[in-house]
Design a protein around this ligand. Structure first.
Ligand code: DP6
Length: 319
């Protein structure tokens, strides 16, 4: 018996950065995200051979310690009334752990696959709750389209399907394929514990979120881009002011931030965001993709660019 599940990465327009102490991965800030059609994790779950001592997990062909995945696998196994051990094989269509949200699609695909494998038939909200316990942002990746995850909420919601704004595009500028030295989890915990501006970040992010959500509802790219920019810059302010400071940026990241500024000055509607890594993501519409793409090499000649639209409903099948 085996199943194959896939889910798309969730890119936050407004960031989740910081956890409440009252539960597992409960967010201290609200987030608003899009599902990236082009960045997908596919996970195959099969029965382990008879008598196997534990579950095995491989990501992009490399064996991983099962501890991070075991609690989720155990919960589904128990709910499904099974004792069957599993082999999990996961592959990403994009660089893992380089600030491209691989944990969001990874844990979402795992939860959806385990649900099918153990026959637990959870609702989308319950799957979101499960995925969250693996990685916070994964609670948004159990849906395609546009999602919201409110402060302290134990699951995310889909607020629009992809057809709400099919013209939106995200250009992901990959500056390095090296895995990041500090995970988002370590980074956000260090920030929450040591940055003197962390409390203002938590306070201000609600207003940023509300402005972004209204802009998204109205398909107002300028207002959405402006709120998105405020969110990531404020998030990074908490990192820069951590003790010790946490700096994910490369010189090339800043070169692109400046180039995006120049493009806006030249009338190209494009806004940038970044996550826990050096890559820069540029939000625009389909008719501007070539204009934006042609300006990237002058700032960063070596970068590779992935263009993604919004979409990415998860899928699951026997396999
Ligand atoms: C910057 O979801 O990877 O991408 O809950 O500890 O697993 P854990 O963190 P994770 O953090 C994502 C942080 C972010 C912003 C976001 O996706 O909202």
């Amino acid at each position: 018996m085996s199943v194959v599940a896939s889910a798309s990465a969730s890119l936050a327009l407004v960031k989740y950065w910081g956890k409440l102490r009252t539960g597992v991965n409960l967010p201290a800030t609200p987030s608003l995200a899009i599902s990236l059609d082009g960045l997908r994790t596919t996970t195959r779950i099969a029965s382990e051979t008879e008598g196997a001592a534990g579950d095995t997990v491989r990501i992009n062909g490399t064996a991983c310690p099962a501890q991070r995945f075991e609690p989720m696998i155990d919960r589904f196994r128990r709910r499904g009334g099974s004792t069957s051990r599993v082999t999990v094989e996961s592959t990403n269509t994009f660089p893992t752990a380089a600030g491209l949200a691989s944990s969001s699609s990874g844990f979402a695909a795992l939860a959806i696959g385990l649900d099918a494998f153990y026959g637990t038939h959870l609702s989308r909200h319950e799957l979101s709750r499960e995925a969250r316990q693996g990685s916070g942002s994964a609670c948004r990746s159990v849906y395609g389209g546009f999602t919201a995850w409110e402060t302290a909420a134990d699951h995310a919601e889909q607020i629009h399907t992809a057809d709400h704004w099919p013209q939106l595009r995200l250009l992901i500028v990959v500056l390095t394929r090296t895995a990041k030295p500090v995970s988002s989890r370590e980074g956000m915990n260090a920030t929450a514990g040591t940055s003197p501006v962390y409390r203002s970040w938590c306070r201000e992010s609600q207003g940023i979120y509300e402005r972004a959500r209204t802009a998204l509802d109205r398909r107002d790219l300028q207002a959405l881009g402006t709120a998105m920019r405020e969110s990531y810059l404020f998030m990074f302010s908490t990192m820069f002011t951590s003790r010790p400071p946490l700096i994910y940026w490369l010189p090339e990241s800043l070169a692109l931030i400046r180039e995006a500024e120049d493009m806006r000055r030249d009338g190209i509607p494009v806004w940038e965001t970044m996550d826990a890594g050096p890559q820069v993501k540029l939000l625009t519409t389909h008719d501007q993709v070539e204009a934006v793409r042609s300006r990237i090499p002058s700032a960063v000649p070596q970068a590779s660019v992935l263009v993604s639209s919004v979409g990415g409903e998860p899928e699951v099948r026997d396999g």
